[in-house]
Design a protein around this ligand. Sequence first.
Ligand code: FPP
Length: 247
Amino acid sequence: MSLLDKIDKNRLPAHVAIIMDGNGRWAKARGLGRGEGHREGVNAIRRVVEAASKASVQYLTLYAFSTENWNRPTEEVKGLMDLMVYAISRETPDLKKNGVRIRSIGDMDRLPAYARTALGECIRETAEGTGLTLVLALSYSSKWELSTAARNMAADVVKGVLEEEDIDEETFAGYLTTRDIPDPDLLIRTGGEQRISNFLLWQCAYAEFYFTGTFWPDFGDDALYEAIIEYQGRERRYGKTSDQIER
Ligand code: FPP
């Protein structure tokens, strides 16, 4: 029985979010440059997108580039942007064929124009996809997202289009870049670190966390399915008691 067959199709996580970590260490362990690690990381993205589609996951969010990653050496930042543009341009026809819809979250204004254009094209080309929605978090951080939401809400209160007393959890969520995306059910982090690194802080309020030492370039279909199977063994209580959940 394959791991895919062991997944309970009635209890799938609708949204899996992944902090892809360990590209640099994967490369170093092989005496290669960090760029090689990122290139191999793209192959892992391809495998995981295919695997998530096969398992009928609806949303897959990948933390591809954080706000803090802008502080990496210029050469590495440029290499990552070029790699992203190359990968999405190359993969768009296949994504389209497989019904995968691309979205992005993050501060797109900070991306170089050529990267914004390539990403925009891929989003437009795949907009009709009815299968997996692949959300690329690029130039993203939760603190950026939350402070932007607060600023936009304040501006709308000043303009009179939002009443201060109407600001509740639902209104707040409507000002986030994820406004029409369900919250992640399962958050996976590869590469051995056990932290959330400014990723989907609001949205992960009730996500199940899964940490693995596997470096991202070594992650693949079975590794994703193992995480989903472990998730399905957890009891999600949302603050209630076990007895209340069973009823
Ligand atoms: C983490 O490893 C990885 C990243 C910061 C970049 C991930 C991005 C890609 C694989 C390319 C993006 C492409 C598309 C199509 C979205 P790390 O460098 O932090 O590894 P380390 O912790 O071992 O140094």
